[in-house]
Write a protein that binds this ligand. Structure first.
Ligand code: HGY
Ligand code: MN
Ligand code: MN
Length: 408
């Protein structure tokens, strides 16, 4: 079997470690996460790696490293969004294991050892935070993140402990900069560019920054039939005006994205005026200054709309992640390996965030995108072909060898 066919077969099998029949639903610290780790551990041992779970819950596959060399890390995340696809995250782990296997015999001559990382929680679906694994490695994890609770009021710390993670020792997970050469992540593109360019892979120039706000509009409920339209304090009308205005403003700013993915309201009766509306507002941009300027303009707009609607506004920034620029040296090595495969070495920005975003606080990062059909992701019909995954394994292995030469 080719590398790509092996990846396809493994990803097909691990997709069944899911809470949903439709698509893949695999949240961290669940039985499905456990089932996935069992399979990932076998991919690692098959590649000559020694798997072990660190105190942040990351499954780390280490290559033999008798001389205590610094490590080059390859990784991605095992978790998915609800009813998501079979490639987002997990494909990067599968390809990383195949790259490590392809390089097994070359490793003793390289100036670094290899580690493949299966991070537990990148999507931040179960808990209102994410990237626990890479943040623990980089030393940027805030302890209070572990006390965040899921919809069943389970704290992340307790869920990790119940999963068997030595979370009390999470502080010891941090790596010294000198011990990590770089972090490389293969990921489906989750966009339409590679398909449009008819390319199987591309290097990534930078990963967008992201901010999330908990927006809460409060007005006054009342009988839908008796309260006159004039003078109502309808929280849903105000929220709707904010959401539409922010979306229209974002459409005027190239490469900036603003999204509201959820909405809750009270009292929620068909014949009662909504009094309390809550929604998460997410803003992304490839430059942090662009994102921060848009945030300020958005909050001013929301305040004005709420004032006119005689409603109150609460806007709390709950999450922020700066944009991350990919390392020029490792990206050049990827571009060189893509050219060596007789492909146009395209390099594009990432509108999605990744584990690499947080790893950038520890070491140089680089990413390789793999074409996905229709640019579709976070959906059951997300798909990357065995042929494209095969190209990705070969390109990553060649790039790592070229990077090793450059490091000398
Ligand atoms: O939200 C993202 O960009 C990533 O898929 N978690
Ligand atoms: Mn995702
Ligand atoms: Mn992802």
């Amino acid at each position: 079997m080719t590398y790509g066919e092996t990846a396809a077969s493994r990803l097909d099998a691990i997709a069944r470690a899911s809470a949903s029949a439709e698509g893949v639903t695999r949240l961290p610290w669940t039985e499905h996460h456990r089932a996935a780790l069992d399979q990932i551990a076998s991919w690692m041992t098959d590649a000559g790696l020694e798997p072990a779970q660190d105190a942040a819950g990351t499954l780390v596959g280490r290559s033999p490293n008798p001389e205590g060399k610094p490590v080059l890390m390859i990784g991605s995340h095992q978790d998915s969004v609800p009813s998501g696809g079979a490639f987002d995250g997990i494909m990067g782990i599968a390809l990383g294991c195949l790259v490590a296997g392809a390089l097994k015999d070359r490793l003793p001559a390289l100036p670094f050892a290899l580690e493949v990382l299966a991070f537990a929680d990148e999507e931040g679906v179960r808990f209102p935070t994410a990237l626990i694994g890479p943040r623990a490695l980089a030393g940027t994890l805030k302890d209070e993140a572990l006390d965040m609770t899921d919809r069943d009021d389970v704290a992340m710390r307790d869920a990790m402990r119940a999963f068997g993670v030595a979370v009390d020792k999470i502080g010891a997970v941090q790596r010294a900069r000198r011990d990590v050469v770089a972090y490389l992540e293969a990921h489906i593109e989750q966009g339409p560019v590679l398909e449009a360019e008819d390319l199987p892979v591309a290097a990534v120039s930078a990963i967008c920054g992201i901010s999330r706000f908990d927006m809460r509009i409060t007005g006054e409920t009342g009988h839908a039939g008796t309260v006159p339209m004039d003078g109502r304090r309808d929280a849903l009308v105000a929220a709707s005006r904010i959401i539409a205005a922010v979306s229209d403003a974002a459409a005027q700013v190239p490469d900036l994205r603003a999204t509201v993915g959820r909405l809750s309201l009270k009292p929620g009766a068909v014949n009662a005026i909504p009094a309390d509306v809550r929604f998460p507002l997410e803003i992304r941009a490839p430059q942090d200054t662009l994102r921060e300027t848009f945030e300020a303009e958005t909050m001013a707009l929301a305040r004005d709309i709420c004032f006119d609607a005689n409603c109150d506004l609460s806007a709390v920034r709950t999450y922020a992640q700066p944009a991350a620029v990919c390392d020029p040296g490792l990206t050049r090595a990827l571009e060189g390996a893509i050219g060596k495969a007789d492909l146009v070495p395209l390099t594009i920005p990432s509108g999605a965030t990744h584990d690499a975003s947080a790893m950038a606080d520890l070491c140089p990062i680089a990413m390789l995108f793999v074409r996905c059909r229709g640019g579709i992701s976070h959906r059951p019909d997300e798909f990357a072909s065995a042929a494209d995954m095969d190209v990705a394994v070969r390109v990553m292995a060649d790039a790592i060898l070229a990077y090793a030469d450059e490091l000398g």
